[in-house]
Design a protein around this ligand. Structure first.
Ligand code: SF4
Length: 334
């Protein structure tokens, strides 16, 4: 019940968290691990099993603190640059993908590479290659400095132009009418914001072509739809995920845009400030695509201890997608 629905109690109750059993949690589904993250994490686990520690991983395998720390404890060594892995070592490329230049560098160092790039990121790489080959300029909607964008743009750096946010549209050069133009995107963007940017791109470049299919992946889209479904009924929205996780950050933005009064991103339950719960009756809860369910369960336990024990899961889609492991780690190769 909201204060507005019970005005007689608004002043006295609004400053307090609900008494046990009176607070409600709306739990978004789908949430958490997507097929690409599942595959990437399993790639490192299987590589450790098959080859033994250390197995080197270029960048964070997925953008989640807990996942990275857990794999590091098991013998994964995370490096920022390819050359930090010793010659001949096993090196895993993260789910975000890498440019051809990075593949080449790994080859020159005789590294044994395992590619955990999500197949849906690889799909965008292939689109960049194809459109570049066909003479297009590519307007890549995405966040500057994000590893996925660096890898994707690296497929055709001379003809790929990054569009970072609405402001990025103005920064683009003027393309002539006879120059072929197509837009593509990072896989983990806000669907609504991307559509706004694309609308501006179409206004600026009348001859701009749309991509053959969506680049924002099914998991990103499904998690945003699930958050939207419950955000308006939430006084507070908690998204479990790391600060450098693009899709997790987008969920916080989506929750606020869809009507939640407040929204926060936390890695762990212990980061929840109890003062956030003051006057709150309904908490919306979700997690980014790189977040293991155990972290969500810890948040649910934290909330239950503070009176939010009525949990309702709201499901907006069923996900059945899985991706096969890199060839060298499939069972027949053991
Ligand atoms: Fe792949 Fe989408 Fe998951 Fe990224 S969020 S790893 S693109 S399924």
């Amino acid at each position: 019940m909201t204060d507005a629905a019970n005005p007689a109690n608004a002043t006295t109750e609004s400053a307090l968290a609900p008494t046990p059993g009176h607070g409600r949690v709306l739990l978004a589904a789908p949430r958490g691990y997507c097929a690409g993250v599942d595959r990437a994490v399993e790639t490192v686990e299987k590589a450790l099993e098959k080859y033994g520690a250390p197995v080197y991983v270029r960048k964070e395998i997925v953008h989640n603190r807990y996942v990275v720390d857990t794999l590091a404890e098991r013998g994964a060594v995370f490096v920022d640059q390819t050359f930090e892995a010793p010659e001949g070592a096993h090196l895993v490329f993260s789910a975000h993908g890498v440019s051809p230049a990075v593949h080449e560098e790994a080859r020159s160092l005789s590294l044994k590479t395992l590619d955990a790039t999500c197949p849906l990121v690889t799909k965008v790489h292939n689109e960049v290659k194809r459109f570049a080959r066909d003479g297009y300029h590519i307007l890549l909607v995405g966040h500057e400095g994000h590893e996925e964008v660096e890898g994707t743009a690296g497929e055709a750096p001379d003809v790929t132009h990054l569009v970072d946010g609405v402001e990025g549209v103005e920064k683009l050069p003027d393309f002539l009418h006879n120059e072929k133009l197509v837009w593509l995107s990072q896989t983990t963007l806000s669907v609504d914001e991307t559509m706004e940017i694309v609308k501006l791109l179409h206004e600026k470049f009348e001859h701009l072509q749309d991509p053959p299919s969506d680049d924002i992946c099914y998991a990103t889209q499904n998690r945003q739809v699930a958050v939207k479904a419950i955000a308006a009924d939430s006084d507070l929205f908690i998204v479990v995920g790391s600060q450098n996780s693009s899709n997790s950050k987008r969920l916080v933005e989506v929750a606020l845009q869809a009507g939640s009064k407040a929204a926060y991103l936390v890695d762990y339950a212990k980061q929840i400030d109890p003062s956030w719960l003051e006057g709150v009756h309904t908490v919306g809860l979700s997690s980014g695509a790189s977040v293991p369910e155990i972290l969500v369960q810890e948040v649910l336990a934290f909330l239950a201890e503070r009176g939010f024990s009525d949990v309702e899961e709201v499901t907006t889609a069923a996900e059945k997608i899985t991706f096969a492991l890199p060839r060298d780690l499939r069972p027949q190769h053991n």
